[in-house]
Design a protein around this ligand. Structure first.
Ligand SMILES: Cc1cc2nc3c(=O)[nH]c(=O)nc-3n(C[C@H](O)[C@H](O)[C@H](O)COP(=O)(O)OP(=O)(O)OC[C@H]3O[C@@H](n4cnc5c(N)ncnc54)[C@H](O)[C@@H]3O)c2cc1C
Length: 293
């Protein structure tokens, strides 16, 4: 089906873009890569905005940079493929580097953006979990100026965020990874290019005496939003990452998952895969950690 008719704007500045969103008072939508919005528009019954505000002409939103303190800034027009090819997303940011090539297929990755994925808030979106595990936050620009929203505060329900209709995500900020950090993103999919049946993001930093400084564990496809496995994270804090700690965290993450039966698998199967992937991800993080100084 064709989408219903809409006005189309391609502003050159963020101010102009926010102004148009403001003018349409909740009836306009931001267009970034279009890889989620266009399919939804074609379904008509979910959304029929009066206008689209295409942000692709706005300069300086397409950069992925390492900040002075060792964190990352990923601009609103950084595509999945930019992340897939970025050398910055290896090493201590392996959770992100491992997630990027697992998103759909090259066509979607060429156009889709990281920030668009966060704004779309699909509970099966891969970036949401990878970035939750790293403790990221988004920067949003609205008529009143800029505000920062921790990802923990962004996702509220399937396809629903705390962003206002007149706000644009300008970048996602990833804090420094921590010392001797490692991690990964493990995704179970029925075939290459599919959304996750289950996926688990793990990021761990270590103290010099090999105990866990901070653990981030987040789950995809097993709840109404991307979920932090907080009890599993807390159980690891300050502890040596030995086999017993890894088993405890896997069990807790599985308990925290909220899976349901669907065409991709039963709730029991998904819960079990959360346990398996959490354990596997933690073992990988342990193997990756660098030597202490
Ligand atoms: C066939 C197919 C398979 C896919 N498989 C996967 C997969 O395996 N894993 C996965 O994670 N994703 C998958 N996706 C989704 C894909 O990753 C999208 O690119 C992503 O969800 C949205 O990014 P976008 O830039 O395309 O956003 P758009 O489609 O342009 O926008 C999506 C939504 O976010 C809003 N939005 C976009 N950018 C901003 C912004 N800067 N500020 C405020 N609001 C904004 C839009 O208004 C819209 O509501 C798939 C998509 C397709 C078509």
């Amino acid at each position: 089906m064709y989408p219903s008719s809409f006005e189309y704007f391609a502003p050159d500045t963020l101010e102009e873009a926010v102004g148009i969103l403001e003018r349409f008072d909740g009836e306009a939508k931001v267009l970034a890569g279009g890889q989620s919005l266009i399919p939804v528009l074609k379904l008509r019954q979910f959304t029929a905005p009066a206008a689209l505000v295409d942000i692709n002409r706005i300069p300086d939103l397409d950069t992925l940079t390492v900040t002075r303190d060792g964190g990352l800034k990923i601009g609103a027009l950084v595509r999945h493929k930019d992340c897939e090819r970025s050398e910055q997303l290896g090493g201590s940011f392996a959770t992100l580097g491992d997630a990027a090539p697992q998103i759909s297929d090259p066509i979607v990755r060429n156009l889709g953006t990281v920030c668009g994925s966060l704004a779309h808030a699909d509970p099966q979106g891969d970036w949401g979990s990878a970035l939750l595990a790293l403790g990221a936050e988004v920067q949003a620009r609205g008529p009143g100026g800029e505000r920062t929203i921790a990802l923990d505060e962004l996702f509220v329900a399937p396809f629903t965020t705390t962003l206002q209709p007149n706000e644009i995500v300008t970048e996602v900020r990833v804090p420094p990874p921590g010392r001797r950090a490692g991690g990964t993103y493990l995704k179970l999919e029925r075939k290459v290019g599919d959304y996750a049946t289950v996926a688990v993001a793990v990021h761990v930093s270590f103290t010099d005496d090999d105990t866990v400084e901070r653990a981030g564990i987040a789950l995809t496809g097993v709840g109404p939003t991307n979920l932090r496995a907080r009890r599993a994270e807390e159980a690891l804090q300050g502890r040596a990452l030995d086999d017993e700690a890894i088993r405890d965290a896997g069990r807790l993450a599985a308990e925290e998952a909220q899976p349901f039966d669907d065409i991709r698998g039963t709730a029991d199967y998904k819960r079990n895969m959360v346990r398996v992937y959490t354990e596997r991800g933690l073992r990988k993080a342990r193997d990756q950690r660098g030597d202490s100084e």
